[in-house]
Ligand binder design. Structure first.
Ligand code: GUN
Length: 292
């Protein structure tokens, strides 16, 4: 295979999704109906957060969503955040509530997420939405894992039955990713910092999702020839002012069947999936008996 055809750029797919969402918003609002609304809540506590928020805000504006931004002081209390969420839950202009993570250490993130109404939980992090995904009944689904599945579909990569390995067990990526892969029919393994003999799992995997946040974590010696590699890492190399993934891209490229680049692979999929989830919440596609 031509080496270029192995690289799963997301640009074409993200452009198509953005175009379609923009068109849907134009149609929905043509006769005076309000546009989909997203509330973005964040703290200026790390440089990655600022980059993520900038990209998410830009994408929302591009498709014509209504956006409310709440930049919290690092000293904001848990109680104040919960009160803000309660107000946004009741706000009819808002379909989705995004709380960019991480928050400051003094805040109990779990408690905050549990206060978001599951219908407005466009990140899919509420235990109700995670539980539905776990029980093969997906509602609002975490953006990065759902975006990765969309990208695999776009490239017509059949993953049913594959040995899939998720490296990293975070609530944002690793855990929901494993549920998505299970849903798609993979035999799924999650490894994490306490895993003994990680290489044993890497050697056996047909599809590897790497989400550890360490440059060059995966290199070519370790994995099966023709494996599919999905790189979720977004690591800033400050000396070069450059973003790199968790995979040593150049060294693994000859050995893989497919690989996502960084930048230009998974990152933009996360952003457009957030738009899709917000539109879904607006169109109220998900009926939640227990939360009516
Ligand atoms: N921090 C890093 N990725 C994400 C994400 O997808 N959603 C939220 N809310 N916070 C993040």
């Amino acid at each position: 295979m031509n080496i270029k055809n192995k690289i799963m750029y997301s640009k074409n797919l993200t452009n198509t999704i953005i175009k379609n969402i923009k068109k849907t918003v134009q149609n929905e609002t043509r006769y005076g109906k309000r546009p989909p609304g997203l509330a973005v809540i964040w703290m200026k506590n790390n440089t990655s957060t600022e980059v993520y928020i900038k990209n998410k805000k830009y994408a929302c504006k591009k498709v014509g969503f209504y956006l409310e931004e709440w930049i919290l002081k690092n000293s904001t209390s848990e109680k104040d955040i919960i009160n803000l969420i309660k107000k946004l839950n009741k706000n009819d202009k808002i379909d989705g509530i995004l709380i960019q993570l991480p928050l400051q250490n003094q805040i109990n993130t779990r408690r905050i997420i549990e206060h978001i109404h599951p219908k407005k939980d466009i990140d899919g992090f509420h235990p109700y939405n995670i539980g539905c995904l776990c029980q093969k009944n997906p509602k609002l689904r975490p953006c990065t894992p759902k975006g990765i599945i969309s990208l695999l579909k776009e490239y017509k990569i059949e993953i049913k039955g594959l040995n899939a390995l998720v490296i990293g067990a975070s609530n944002i990526v690793g855990r929901p990713m494993s549920l998505e892969l299970l849903l798609a029919g993979c035999t799924t393994t999650i490894t994490h910092r306490f895993t003994i003999n990680l290489n044993k799992y890497i050697k056996n995997a047909d599809l590897i999702i790497v989400a550890v946040g360490k440059p060059n974590f995966l290199d070519q010696q370790k994995f099966k020839k023709n494996a599919i590699i999905i790189d979720v890492g977004i690591n800033k190399i400050s000396s070069k002012d450059k973003i790199v993934g968790d995979v040593n891209f150049d060294s693994v490229l000859p050995k893989v069947s497919y690989i996502t680049p960084v930048p230009g692979g998974v990152g933009p999929m996360t952003v457009v999936t957030l738009l899709q989830n917000t539109l879904d919440a607006y169109q109220n596609k998900h009926y939640y008996h227990s939360f009516q």
